[in-house]
Design a protein around this ligand. Structure first.
Ligand code: V47
Ligand code: SF4
Length: 388
């Protein structure tokens, strides 16, 4: 491993890139300016080699996935993010859906007896689905299946819920945690920089508010994820600014598990005029995120959005997690033009996907405890002959 990074260092004539490679080798944090230099000047193979070096130093070939299912309580939303294919639906409520607590509990019950470890609950921000509603939902899920990890609500949903209930972030978060909320997903972060946020999602919680909610969750001992919506109107400096704020909070709390870059998809939303990023840009972004975010243990590629083959590719650009065996059609992506219109993959398919690129598939729970190592389990993968 060290030979290849040494070769990279000696063969690079750009002195700034050489310094960055030296820092990576010696586990020294890169600066914001160096992050920008990577975006501006690093070739895909250069950034990829550094990111892969870090990935293998942290995790070897291990590639995590989990068994989860999604519930989207509603697609009605009071906000109007320009990139979102839901955003019209508050005006056109007849096109929306709202699930009752019993309907959501029925979804949970369809997984009875199945080895699922997590339910991921996120949706639009419905004015009538308030704190009491979600507290009851948490309590009923836990009463039915206490061991199921509940990862729910973006900071956007939480901010709205707390403000409506006239609760401080600390009090609101504590009540939900006591009711059964285990961790937070990373959504709603988008791009923190106000000059971009004002143009793409002006009316929802701002960057400071998002970070405060995650910090409060961390203080209660909860783990959370962080996302970044990239590839629209943001510049490199906004990506670095976004990741700097996350890196600083992580230094303070250590509560983030995973960073999840989300590629902007342009179908059927108010930003359809924006050309989507190329796969090369996507892979460079993953690689630079892995290099810059030195205190994030995990980097996740969300395969329903990226597509299966690109998710495989990302495993050579710093990614060590490809989310889960999502059994539900997650409409926020399919409506925005994601690669996977029916995003469901069986465990055998996920294991195969990871093995095909010579990595080691390991099923994890939400907190990255190992559930099962599939690398030695030949029966778990789909034989290559059946893939052709
Ligand atoms: O915040 C909305 C994104 C996010 C589009 O924590 C779009 O494990 C691309 O955060 N193009 C919500 N992205 C989903 C999310 C998430 C997903 C998977 C795993 C986890 C996790 C979290 O979806 C929103 C927004 O950034 N989004 N519209 C679009 N057109
Ligand atoms: Fe609502 Fe979330 Fe869509 Fe924004 S991204 S409009 S908050 S569902």
């Amino acid at each position: 491993m060290s030979t290849s990074i040494d070769t990279l260092i000696t063969s690079t004539s750009d002195t700034a890139l050489k310094t960055i490679a030296e820092k990576v080798k010696q586990q020294i944090r890169i600066t914001d300016e160096e992050g920008i230099i990577l975006f501006e000047r690093a070739s895909l193979p250069f950034a990829g080699a550094l990111a892969n070096f870090i990935r293998e130093r942290l995790h070897g070939d291990t590639t995590y996935f989990n068994r989860n299912f999604h519930i989207e309580p509603t697609n009605v939303c009071v906000f109007s993010c320009k990139f979102c294919s839901y955003s019209r639906l508050y005006a056109k409520k007849e096109e929306g859906w709202e699930l009752s607590i019993d309907q959501m509990l029925d979804i949970v019950k369809t997984y009875d007896g199945k080895p699922i470890t997590e339910v991921h609950i996120v949706g639009g921000v419905h004015p009538k689905m308030n704190m009491d509603y979600f507290i009851e939902l948490m309590q009923k899920i836990k009463a039915h299946r206490p061991d199921l990890h509940v990862k729910a609500f973006t900071a956007v949903e939480l901010d709205y819920m707390f403000r409506k209930a006239k609760l401080s972030v600390e009090e609101g978060m504590k009540r939900l945690h006591d009711a059964g909320l285990d961790s937070l997903p990373g959504g709603g972060a988008e791009i923190f920089a106000p000059e971009i946020r004002e143009q793409i999602c002006a009316d929802k919680v701002d960057g400071e508010g998002w970070l405060k909610i995650h910090e409060t969750a961390h203080q209660l001992g909860m783990h959370t994820n962080a996302t970044m919506l990239y590839g629209h109107i943001e510049k490199y400096k906004h990506r670095i600014d976004h990741m700097r704020r996350l890196r600083e909070l992580q230094d303070k709390t250590g509560g983030f598990n995973t960073f999840i870059p989300l590629k902007f998809r342009n179908q059927d939303n108010d930003m359809s005029y924006v050309t989507e990023s190329t796969i090369t840009e996507d892979m460079r972004l993953y690689a630079i995120a892995r290099i810059y975010l030195d205190n994030f243990p995990h980097l996740k590629a969300y395969w329903p959005m990226l597509g299966r083959e690109n998710a495989q590719l990302s495993l050579s650009f710093g990614v060590n997690d490809i989310d889960g065996t999502i059994d539900d059609s997650t409409k926020i992506y399919s409506m925005a033009g994601s690669e996977e219109q029916t995003p469901a993959m069986s465990t055998a398919q996920l294991v195969t996907l990871i093995k095909q690129v010579k990595r080691k598939p390991v099923e994890r729970d939400t907190l990255y405890n190992v559930v099962k190592d599939y690398s030695l389990d030949a029966a778990a993968a789909i034989p290559d002959a059946q893939l052709n």
